[in-house]
Design a protein around this ligand. Structure first.
Ligand SMILES: [Zn+2]
Ligand SMILES: [Zn+2]
Ligand SMILES: [Zn+2]
Length: 326
């Protein structure tokens, strides 16, 4: 947890830097390395590492346990909000109550991240067992809510990571980060501010890059262009320049040319059937190969698929796969 010293406070004492740094520290400490983040897993990771109990409970479950009807819980317990974090000073346990019926799903993920923010930022204590409008002054309520909001935003859609990918539009943020439209709009504004004011690209933002190294890595994929997930972030590598004269390459004992007979590329992988730069068949005799597109994931400098010779598209590894697919 970052210290609260020497921070510039915003309107109403909102500590933007404190909340942002807490989110960055969380990213580094609790295994955040992919988008969309698995917010439920992160709650568990945090609880386990800090030896605290955090139970996520839906209104439905709470209603069954307490025999209080759903609407009364919404009106009198979470006060019409999407969720609420509650601290029990007697047991030291936390509960995050969520309204599981709100839509879209991104809104529930945001609520969990926001309530987790209250816990991580130390907003809850024996004298403040939950954050509700009626129990706090307007100023304090606003400050605490804003800080949890900043934490949630930076955890679910770290500004610097989405900036690196080049995804600024709300629709892209919804897709990549699993945000609701409203949250994505607000993150889009925050990212545009970052682009306008490069001084905000300070050390703490750079330090969250290492966990996302694999996510940010460039790769190519052999696929039908229209099926790729993030369309605007897909590009094709340029065609290689062909040499004016190229001696006919030797043929290896496996029947393959020692280098590409068309462009001279000698960086040929063990399993390659086609030249990744110009798409030329690498065998002197025709051999069988997969049909295009074959789904092969290739090097970042490829223009053609090494397996089928079809066109490949370059993008970030994280935009091709969900975390559980790798
Ligand atoms: Zn809150
Ligand atoms: Zn070639
Ligand atoms: Zn292919």
């Amino acid at each position: 947890m970052p210290s609260k010293s020497s921070k510039k406070l915003g309107d109403g004492g909102v500590d933007y830097a404190f909340a942002t740094e807490a989110a960055h520290e969380f990213i580094k400490k609790y295994g955040v390395d992919w988008l969309p983040v698995d917010i439920f897993e992160l709650v568990d990771n945090y609880a386990e590492a800090n030896n605290v109990e955090i139970r996520i409970v839906t209104i439905e479950e709470l209603s069954e346990e307490t025999k209080i009807d759903r609407q009364s819980l919404i009106d009198d317990v979470i006060y019409g909000e999407d969720g609420l974090a509650i601290y029990d000073p007697d047991t030291g346990k936390y509960s995050i109550v969520i309204n599981e019926q709100v839509e879209p799903y991104g809104r529930i993920r945001w609520t969990v991240a926001h309530e987790l923010g209250h816990i991580v930022l130390g907003h809850l204590s024996s004298s403040k067992v939950s954050i509700t409008k009626w129990s706090l002054s307007d100023e304090e309520y606003n400050k605490i809510e804003q800080e949890a909001h900043i934490f949630a935003g930076e955890l679910l859609a770290p500004k610097f990571i989405v900036y690196r990918i080049g995804c600024h539009a709300s629709a892209e943020l919804q897709d990549i980060c699993g945000l609701s439209g409203k949250a994505a709009d607000s993150r889009e504004r925050a990212i545009r501010e970052l682009i306008d004011d490069k001084r905000k690209l300070h050390d703490s933002m750079l330090s969250i890059i290492p966990p996302f190294t694999k996510f940010l890595e460039f790769r190519t994929i052999c696929a039908d262009e229209s099926t790729l997930r993030i369309h605007s972030r897909i590009q094709r590598n340029p065609e290689p320049e062909l040499p004016a004269f190229l001696p006919t390459p030797d043929i290896n004992k496996d029947g393959r040319y020692a280098y590409c007979p068309n462009c001279g590329n000698a960086h040929i992988a063990e399993e390659a059937l086609f030249c990744k730069l110009c798409g030329t068949h690498l065998f002197a005799e025709p051999i069988s190969h997969p049909t295009t597109p074959c789904g092969y994931i290739g090097d970042k400098d490829a223009r053609y698929c090494e397996q089928c010779g079809g066109p490949v598209y370059k993008t970030r590894f994280g935009l091709l796969f969900d975390r559980d697919e790798i």
